[in-house]
Design a protein around this ligand. Structure first.
Ligand SMILES: Nc1ncnc2c1ncn2[C@@H]1O[C@H](COP(=O)(O)OP(=O)(O)O)[C@@H](O)[C@H]1O
Ligand SMILES: [Mg+2]
Length: 343
């Protein structure tokens, strides 16, 4: 591919240094995605300009006018500290008619709500956990159809924000307590879902119209404390020491029948299309003991540090990290103008 001008949007606190030399693993962990993307695109010969964005659109417009990027690489996960504004920033890029990586605004919106996305996916007969939503300032009463244990989460936060061992509740009192915690501490409505005992399965997908489905991947919990739930809590996702201690590993899902693997990949594709995703995304499932894959959530623009699930699964099928980023950039440029997803 020819040399491109790439404007990378990221959180100002996550501006990566020129080199990671001299930083501890904990420090690197904070900005490893930003570092990996910027340094890898640079090494591939592109002209890369990182731009920290917090709560102003103006700098984006100025950078686009001055730098005239061929493509904007979006690593921004919030605006004004709000995760749900990611779709608005991307909408702004569409209005400026500049190609950008990752998902279109409509897909971001449909995938965001853990209730809305499940409702849409369920219509296509894909198994989803039963759930109920508890808005703020309403009495919390468990519907009779919803059996304990349940897992309580924010309806629209991600990155396991607010998820800990206490998220899984097995009594009505604990349910109320945890819903209140989400309302007060996370500040959003809560969703309580049927807890699916089973394996944690991820499927990465790349593309706009033609899709490339990555191998079925698994997050393994090899050394959890007795009685702990095997779920991706904040610590499981973000704390390297905890990951080490508790044997949190990811890799290809082992011992799945070929038909089951194919079924999960087909489901992931159907979900990607149903939620009008493009760019790249990771679809998450819980695989119950009876072999039923339950859709948990879709993550448009998932984490793409080189060591993380998406990039590792790509490498497993021969797509090295520079190649992966190149494909993400190329598909952004191919998509061009306004997102075609709505059509
Ligand atoms: N219904 C469920 N049954 C079992 N585990 C769940 C369920 N919902 C969520 N989890 C666990 O909690 C983790 C985080 O939930 P998720 O819905 O993916 O939220 P986030 O957007 O914060 O990642 C999942 O990866 C999974 O381990
Ligand atoms: Mg998740």
């Amino acid at each position: 591919m020819k040399q491109l001008r790439v404007l990378v949007l990221l959180h100002p606190d996550l501006l990566p240094p020129e080199s990671s030399k001299g930083y501890s693993e904990q420090e690197i962990n904070v900005w490893k995605t930003e570092y990996d993307v910027v340094s890898t695109l640079r090494a591939a010969g592109h002209e890369v300009r990182p731009l920290g964005v917090h709560d102003e659109l103006r700098p984006i417009r100025d950078a686009i006018d001055a730098f005239k990027p061929d493509v904007v690489f979006t690593l921004l996960e919030q605006f004004h500290g709000e995760a749900i504004y990611d779709q608005n920033v991307v909408s702004y890029l569409e209005l400026l008619r500049v190609p950008y990586t990752g998902c279109n605004p409509r897909g971001l919106m449909l995938a965001r709500g853990k209730d809305l996305s499940k409702t849409l996916v369920h219509y296509h007969r894909i198994p989803v956990p039963a759930f109920a939503v508890f808005p703020k300032r309403r009495k919390v009463k468990r519907p009779a159809r919803l059996a304990l244990p349940l897992i309580v989460k924010s309806v629209n936060e991600d990155a396991s924000y607010g998820i800990s061992q206490a998220s899984v509740v097995d009594t009505d009192d604990k349910l109320i307590e945890r819903v209140n915690f989400i309302h007060e501490r996370i500040g959003t409505a809560a969703i309580a879902e049927q807890y699916i005992e089973g394996r944690e399965i991820y499927v990465g997908i790349l593309g706009n119209e033609r899709l490339l489905v990555l191998p079925v991947w698994e997050l393994q919990f090899q050394n959890m404390a007795e009685g702990d739930w095997h779920i991706a809590t904040e610590k499981v996702k973000h704390d390297p020491d905890y990951q080490e201690r508790r044997g949190i590993r990811h890799g290809p899902a082992k011992d799945l029948a070929p038909e089951l693997t194919a079924r999960i990949q087909r489901m992931a594709k159907r979900i990607y299309r149903t939620l009008e995703l493009d760019g790249y995304a990771r679809i998450d499932f819980r695989l119950a003991a009876d072999g039923t894959p339950y859709f948990l959530e879709a993550n448009p623009n998932p984490e793409i540090a080189e060591s993380q699930e998406f990039a590792t699964a790509a490498r497993h099928v021969g797509i090295g990290y520079p190649d992966l980023l190149q494909r993400i950039v190329a598909s952004a440029i191919r998509r061009g103008g306004p997102s075609a997803a709505a059509g």
